[in-house]
Design a protein around this ligand. Structure first.
Ligand code: SF4
Length: 681
């Protein structure tokens, strides 16, 4: 018998806790926490503690599959890759490279996201490559890049206990980032004040000094109201604004329209509370803003992010320890997948595809011709292009859009129209069931690589066991596919070799080597050379864009305001115990037993009006479709608002959400505000 303890990174949320996989004879038997890790400090949340329980699950895919009529047939890797390459080549020659799309994944490693992007651009010649950050934090990338010049968390998790104020908005950390919530509660015990702004009563609101329960979709009005108070009460950090920012006059002009009575009417929050929150935030010696999808998943997502960045710039709460604007990423490698250029408009390190010098550097290293220079399609746009017949082939790695993308009837119709759908995954997901070819992938425990967590920390993923059957790591699958397509530039022996290529092209990752990571260093980008210690907080001396930029952004009513036909607002989200499309956590018995299926939270007043009680089944309908779902009467939501978690395919919240109206900058859909009607089932 052979025992081993393999240090690796948790595959679930973006906190990036480290854990040991306890291995006996090629089987992962358990998980242990890592006492010395700078973030997890010997703790793991319930997801991390169960991270081993899906690795040897009997549902794992173990061989390549090909659709034959209504069923799948097992085929060899050679046949699968040859046939897929032949079909891709044919589609490309018939309809051009932009007839193909590549859907990468924040669940996969940096190296795998880099290869997916390289395959799309360098082998096929299209910028149609995107990943699930489009649906969660693409507005963070566009918003923070516009305000500061870098679309990433400005500060670090270990700085939290030293802050004097935390403003948490659109984030439910005790549920979705429990280890970060622990850091926040520690700061609270040490005397920091806590402001929670959320449409739902969340567990953290019980600890808050101020809780502002706003109407869904009114974030900009609230943040503008707070900015107006800061200006009117003379709480602006004038030295900082003078030396390090631009655009203050634009902001001042805009804020004239945001007196607190108007803001209170729009948001449903009392004016005194808004005033107190603004004063508390602005008068604290250091203040950190934390947010998540509660502000990003809106058709005004980019402006929401700019509006919170305005607060930090006004008060000089950026560029110092224990301050900043800190997006919390839902998946393990959202930050890394963005950094690796698995986005339709940028290469690694956010170098635009329109930059001819950048394209030249990549093409030289990859040994290919000029790369495509026009931004490609986002995920949501790829679905619409498939319906129009313009997108004919799609390769999906580790994603499950048939549960997670907006307007599922539309998504499934789009996927079914493709001439070629290839899905690379570990389980037969709802999306894989629609595929022409399904390729079996390895889990995090069966491969090497790196993930980049929410505070820009690049961490190692290490192989503990072999993948089952013929399953392979995604990086190996992508290399084999590229070679089958005739490429000579995918000759890697290991993910370390891939990372060394990434480092050549990506200045912020240049100093991050496997040797340093394996030697125990905890490196946060930017890390420009091998002697650089990494950067715990950004913008200390200057912003990447020069000066921090204020934006005068306007509150715009949601396109899905309630009306007579659809009188309630649906807001979607997540629950503890489950993760993303549920394909992993719903297969872990201990987690699934806690919340085995979906539910709709309805306020007691609304439930009484509709004659509903806990456990009743209702039909919830939007302009896109209907689902049947169990009622949970809950005062966590206000009257007129309902909440449905996203994880459950049998009552999928995304049947109801819209794919048509998108944020104009990031193209993120508005998952958080959707007009619906409820009828007794
Ligand atoms: Fe894993 Fe996130 Fe839980 Fe940490 S907080 S153990 S990274 S799921």
């Amino acid at each position: 018998m052979r025992f081993d303890s393999v240090l690796t990174t948790c595959p679930f949320c973006g906190t990036g806790c480290n854990l040991f996989l306890e291995v006996m004879d090629n089987e992962v038997l358990g998980v242990s926490p890592v006492k010395w890790h700078p973030i997890s400090r010997g703790k793991l949340c319930i997801l991390g503690r169960n991270a081993h329980k899906f690795i040897q699950h009997p549902d794992r895919l173990t061989a390549p599959l090909k659709r034959v009529g209504n069923r799948f047939e097992r085929i060899s890797w050679e046949q699968a890759l040859d046939e897929i390459a032949e079909k891709i080549t044919r589609l490309r020659s018939e309809s051009g490279p932009d007839a193909l799309g590549f859907f990468s994944s924040a669940k996969c490693t940096n190296e795998e996201n880099y290869l997916m992007m390289k395959l799309a651009r360098g082998v096929i010649g299209t910028n149609n490559v995107d990943h699930c950050a489009r649906l969660c934090h693409s507005s963070t990338v566009t918003g923070l890049a516009a305000s500061f010049g870098a679309g990433a968390m400005t500060n670090s998790i270990p700085e939290i206990p030293e802050t004097s104020c935390m403003l948490v908005t659109g984030s439910n950390p005790t549920s979705q980032h429990p280890i970060i919530a622990g850091w926040m509660l520690e700061a609270k015990e040490r005397g920091a004040c806590l402001i929670v702004i959320d449409p739902r009563k969340i567990p953290l609101s019980q600890h808050a000094d101020l809780f502002l329960q706003l109407r869904p979709g009114t974030n900009i009005a609230l943040f503008n109201g707070m900015a107006r108070v800061i200006l009117d009460k003379g709480l602006v950090n004038d030295d900082f604004v003078e030396a390090r920012t631009e655009g203050i006059d634009e902001l001042k002009a805009k804020l004239k329209d945001y007196d607190l009575d108007a803001v209170s009417r729009i948001t449903g929050v009392e004016r005194e509370l808004i005033e107190k929150a603004a004063v508390m935030y602005a008068s604290s010696p250091s203040a950190m803003i934390f947010y998540a999808m509660g502000i990003t998943q809106h058709v005004t997502g980019t402006d929401n992010v700019k509006a919170v960045a305005n607060l930090a710039l006004l008060t000089g709460n950026v560029g110092r320890p224990s301050t900043g604007v800190n997006p919390l990423r839902g998946q393990n490698n959202v930050q890394g997948a963005c950094d690796m250029g698995a986005l339709p408009n940028v290469l690694t390190g956010y170098r635009p595809v329109t930059d001819s010098q950048a394209r030249l550097e990549y093409a030289r290293l990859w040994g290919c011709g000029d790369l495509p220079d026009r931004p490609g399609l986002t995920i949501v746009e790829m679905s619409s292009a498939a319906l129009r017949g313009e997108l004919r082939g799609l390769v999906i790695m580790g994603e499950n859009p048939a549960v997670t993308d907006p307007d599922l009837n539309h998504v499934k119709e789009a996927l079914s129209r493709l001439d070629l759908l290839v899905v690379i995954d570990i389980f037969m997901t709802e999306t894989a069931q629609l595929a022409d070819y399904v390729l079996p992938a390895a889990t995090f425990a069966e491969k090497e690589g790196t993930f980049t967590n929410t505070d820009r920390r690049v961490q190692r993923v290490r192989k503990a066991v072999d993948p089952p059957g013929e399953a392979k790591a995604d990086w190996e699958i992508l290399c084999s596919l590229a070679k089958a397509l005739g490429s000579k530039s995918f000759e890697y022996n290991s993910p370390e070799e891939i990372m060394n290529e990434i480092r050549q092209l990506t200045p912020s990752y240049r100093g991050i080597t496997y040797e340093r990571l394996d030697g125990g260093e905890s490196l946060q980008w930017p890390c420009p050379d091998e002697n650089h210690p990494g950067t715990p907080y950004l913008h200390a001396e200057s912003f990447p864009r020069g000066k921090g930029r204020f934006y005068g952004v306007d509150y715009v009513a949601s396109p899905e305001e309630p009306d007579d036909d659809y009188p309630m607002i649906l807001t979607t989200g997540r629950v503890p115990y489950h993760w993303h499309g549920g394909s992993i956590t719903r297969r872990i018995d201990t987690l699934n037993a806690e919340i085995p299926t979906g539910f709709v939270d309805i306020n007691p007043d609304d439930a009484a009006k509709l004659g509903l009680k806990d456990g009743d089944v209702v039909k919830v309908s939007s302009r896109r479709g209907s689902i049947s779902i169990k009622v949970k009467v809950s005062s966590e939501v206000k009257p007129g608002v309902i909440f449905i978690p996203m994880h459950f395919s049998e009552c999928a919240a995304n049947v109801l959400t819209d794919h048509k109206v998108l944020d104009p900058y990031s193209k993120i859909p508005g998952f958080k505000v959707c007009a619906v009607r409820i009828e007794k089932g």
